[in-house]
Design a protein around this ligand. Sequence first.
Ligand code: T3D
Length: 266
Amino acid sequence: MNTRKYETILFSYREGVGYITLNRPERLNSFTSLMHEELRDVISLLESRVDLRGVILTGAGRGFCAGQDLSERQPMEPGQYRDLGESLEKNYKPLILRLRALPVPVICFVNGVAAGAGFSLVLACDIIYAVKSAKFIQAFAKIGLIPDAGSTHFLPRLIGTQRAVAASMLAQPISAEQAEAWGMIWQCIPDESLQEEIDKMHIQLVNGATRAFSATKQAIYASADNTLEQQLNLETELQREMGLTEDYREGSQAFREKRTPVFQGN
Ligand code: T3D
């Protein structure tokens, strides 16, 4: 296993799968400047790997991520203000955009509470599992902020405008079961099955048709802004590319031979 040492996250790389674990359990893995710096470093490494097959993201301890570490924000004197736009531009925007743009599936295993920008981070992932005891809180309203780090983009698309507005303004926790029922996450899993599900996902990623996963992401995410005709054109272009891959050759051959395909991800 290829392992690098960080202070606020754990990172490992195994058989083309990058594992990122947010690792400040005593503060529910809330984001600090250092955590952003370390995440940037890890994402750069993932972007540079030609053998990348997938990414698995989770949190250490009882929480997934409680958003911005509020203890990093010093109390302000009357008349003093903070430029929060600077923090979003520097840290959150690149994190969300780069994670979303990774050319492989990014799978989130939500192991506990996800609040504020931690909730947004979850929504930026391609497939989301959450343990039954996990909950999701748009905590921003409680401190006088709007949902950020992509939540106003992802949430209405996933659960509809009414639910997105209410969840954001009321800041009420959404249970993992509710999240699954609303289509906000893929699956709610028993708490005790977390590691087993991660291990199963590892196998799926390592054996998957990675190029097709990448093009699937591209096509589905582009559909929000495309007309039907533009989307059909995009599908045509991407499917033409898929027809040139070794994985398609192998997949169709395996079907003919009635065996499981052995995809190499190229
Ligand atoms: O500033 C900018 O850069 C702008 C961008 C903002 C993006 C954002 O994310 S804003 C939203 C920030 N997040 C929040 O407002 C959530 C704050 N946390 C909570 O509301 C609650 O902790 C939870 C609902 C998430 C969980 O509640 P609970 O009861 O399970 O745990 P707890 O006891 O509140 O937290 C455990 C410890 O973690 C506790 O420390 P202690 O008392 O044991 O020493 C708590 O203070 C700490 N903690 C939790 N969240 C944060 C945190 N410490 C710093 N920052 C946090 N966000």
